[in-house]
Design a protein around this ligand. Structure first.
Ligand code: HH2
Length: 264
């Protein structure tokens, strides 16, 4: 029996994110987009102030804070559950103090002080697998076995987070982060093998490059159909949470998938 995954709506307050970069010129537009995704069925809104697309440069802490904090504060005030997408401890701390409930860290909680900051706030965390940094990760795609490598990393980081006392944890194979298109497909196909880590699996495949490689859709904005396909595949392989740009369409596709699975 397949369960409907929870949905996280992507809200990038950046000029350069690969799909929605530059879309929200001001705080009010970003907040309205978050409220809209929540109304469409998102369980959380994931607010990010630094693009992590391949080749993206690091953003200074002050600038990332200026981008995300007003949006986090306004969404929290509007009653919207928020996660903060950051690999920087000061940004995580400030967002948690402003009411964010979860830290979504593409760097697997490896920054100094990150694990303790999340534990002290009583917050949850998403642990994602990545190699290197967004700037150099495309050159770090040689694995003995990609699933085994990713699972080993997640197990190690999960143990550290649990030992520090973080109670709510998710693991994420990091689709597109130091992976080739084929490796992303392998990770989705073998997602079920992450189940024995004992933490729910979180997947971010929405509009990513491998969908372009499979379908020929070179513009991320043209990858809705492929993103829905990836969401359904991930759900059928046990994903508990999906991070998506297109909340309403994904919700609709999942409802049909669940209706079919439940009607046998
Ligand atoms: N992907 C992106 C960013 N954050 N977090 C998790 N847990 N999993 C992911 O797969 C993931 C993530 C990259 O996508 P996006 O935020 O849409 O673009 P950009 O990094 O260019 O801002």
């Amino acid at each position: 029996m397949t369960r409907a995954p929870q949905l996280v709506g992507i809200l990038n307050v950046t000029p350069d994110s690969f799909s929605d970069g530059g879309r929200y010129a001001g705080r009010d537009q970003a907040v309205a987009a978050g409220v809209q995704m929540r109304a469409e069925g998102a369980d959380w809104i994931d607010v990010g102030g630094e693009s992590t697309r391949p080749g993206a440069p690091e953003v200074p802490v002050g600038q990332e804070l200026e981008r995300v904090l007003p949006v986090v504060e306004a969404l929290v005030a509007a009653g919207v559950p928020v996660s903060i997408d950051t690999r920087k401890t000061p940004v995580a701390k400030a967002a948690l103090a402003a009411g964010a409930e979860v830290v979504n860290d593409v760097n697997g909680l490896r920054a100094p002080g990150m694990v303790d900051a999340i534990a002290a706030a009583g917050a949850g965390a998403v642990i994602m697998h990545m190699r290197g940094t967004p700037e150099d990760m495309l050159s770090r795609v040689t694995y003995d076995d990609v699933l085994t490598d990713v699972r080993g990393f997640l197990a190690e980081r999960l143990a550290v987070a649990r030992a520090a006392g973080i109670a709510r944890l998710w693991v994420d194979p990091g689709i597109g982060f130091a992976k080739t298109a084929d490796q992303n497909l392998v990770l989705l196909r073998r997602l079920g093998e992450l189940g024995d880590l004992g933490a729910p699996v979180y997947v971010g495949a929405s509009r990513k490059r491998f969908i372009g490689a499979v379908t020929g859709a070179s513009d991320p904005a043209d990858r809705l159909g492929g993103s829905i396909g990836a969401a359904i595949a991930a759900a059928q392989h046990g994903a508990a949470v999906l991070r998506v740009h297109d909340v309403a369409a994904t919700r609709q596709a999942l409802a049909v998938m669940i209706a079919v699975h439940g009607s046998a």
